[in-house]
Design a protein around this ligand. Structure first.
Ligand SMILES: Cc1ncc(COP(=O)(O)O)c(C=O)c1O
Length: 368
């Protein structure tokens, strides 16, 4: 009997969420972002649904190779471009489009021997200060690229730091959008600026020619808790579920787990769940993190350990060994526990939880 934990990947949810990106930015084409192994869902598992996108964006050449092996013939964009000069050979061979964010990447292109000129996405650092040319260096970079026989089309991109939030005022993108518009004024080429948050919140103004939909394809909400999945009509594409493998009845003053961080005030029943941080569940999830038992909501108690965690079974006399536990995603009888709620309780974001699904967790794919 295998350990009862498993992850389910819901391809119909991926398809639905991708359609939501299209609907949110009807004038743009959509990149489905599949970096980090499709945000933990598995590129091969997600592909049958995400192949409906106009292009697929990733980070690693390995991911691009896997997409071509799946027979994806459409555009692939390397969001960070090449990491060294020889990566360009694979770009030529696999017809990959790639970001160009620094002078060195232009130097590599300039000495690259190819019969297949490349399409590149020239990246502006409009304020995020990770990748990209500064506004003052941007035009010179464009001119340099434009003169290279190795390049046949230059598109223009930037990335927002606050498209998901109100930190920079009611509109988190205004400043960066202005910087982008100024730096690219009169330059030809398609434009791409929006991630999921930009797509959902700002596409009318900033949609451009291509949006880059990442977490929303997987049902993650980029601006939780301001908005939730129901607000944006997104469906969980990953369920993590397990079972109760033991119960304990505790007396007042008893403690639970490592560090005795939870002490019970009155008599209570707890369930021990076959899921721990070695499965990808966040160790820092505190007492009170939401969880479903047989589709009913309760919460964790005590510390998460490597292979187990504990839940409050108060008011759930029917729960016992074998009861179904939903860590996130779809539970029985139509119940749902959004990954964002679990992430929020654990002081992180849904992105991190889905990407951290551990290799030891068996994955079952629910087809389209
Ligand atoms: C350049 C770029 N575009 C798009 C995305 C997708 O972002 P999200 O998952 O928030 O949609 C990312 C992810 O970090 C990114 O780095």
């Amino acid at each position: 009997m295998p350990r009862p934990i498993e992850a389910l990947i819901h391809q119909s949810a991926l398809a639905h969420n991708l359609a939501r990106a299209r609907a949110a930015a009807p004038d743009a084409r959509v990149w489905a972002v599949v970096k980090a192994n499709a945000y933990g869902h598995g590129i091969e598992n997600a592909y049958p649904a995400l192949r409906a996108a106009d292009g697929i964006a990733c980070i690693d050449l390995n991911e691009a190779q896997r997409l071509r092996a799946l027979d994806w013939r459409g555009p692939i964009l390397l969001l960070e471009g090449c990491f060294e000069t020889r990566d360009l050979e694979l770009c030529s061979r696999l017809k990959l489009w790639h970001a160009v964010h620094c002078e060195e990447q232009i130097d590599w292109l300039a000495v690259h021997k190819t019969h297949e000129p490349h399409r590149v996405f020239l990246k502006l650092n409009s304020g995020m200060n990770r990748l990209g040319f500064t506004p003052t260096a941007f035009r010179a970079a464009w001119t340099r690229l434009n003169a290279l026989p190795q390049v046949d089309e230059i598109s223009l991109m930037t990335h927002f730091s606050d498209a998901d939030s109100l930190r920079l005022g009611a509109d988190g993108i205004a400043h960066q959008l202005q910087v982008f518009q100024t730096a690219t004024r009169d330059l030809p080429g398609e434009q791409s600026v929006c991630n999921s948050a930009g797509t959902l919140r700002h596409a009318e103004r900033a949609g451009g020619d291509w949006v880059r939909a990442g977490v929303m394809c997987y049902g993650g909400v980029p601006d939780f808790p301001e908005h939730d999945a129901a607000h944006w009509d997104l469906q969980p594409a990953m369920t993590l579920r397990s079972r109760i493998i033991a119960t304990q009845t505790l007396k007042p003053g008893d403690t639970v787990g490592y560090g005795s961080s939870f002490r019970c005030e009155g008599e209570m029943r707890i369930g021990i769940v076959a899921c721990g941080y070695a499965d990808g569940y966040p160790r820092h999830a505190p007492t009170g993190t939401p969880i479903l038992i047989n589709g009913r909501r309760t919460h964790t108690v005590g510390r998460v350990s490597m292979d187990m965690l504990t839940v409050d079974l108060s008011g759930m006399p029917e729960a016992g060994i074998g009861s179904e536990v939903t860590l996130w995603g779809h539970g029985p009888q139509g119940s749902v526990l959004p990954i964002d709620e679990v992430a929020h309780a654990a002081h992180t974001i849904g992105y991190e939880l889905m990407c951290a699904l551990a290799r030891r967790v068996p994955v079952t794919v629910h087809g389209l």
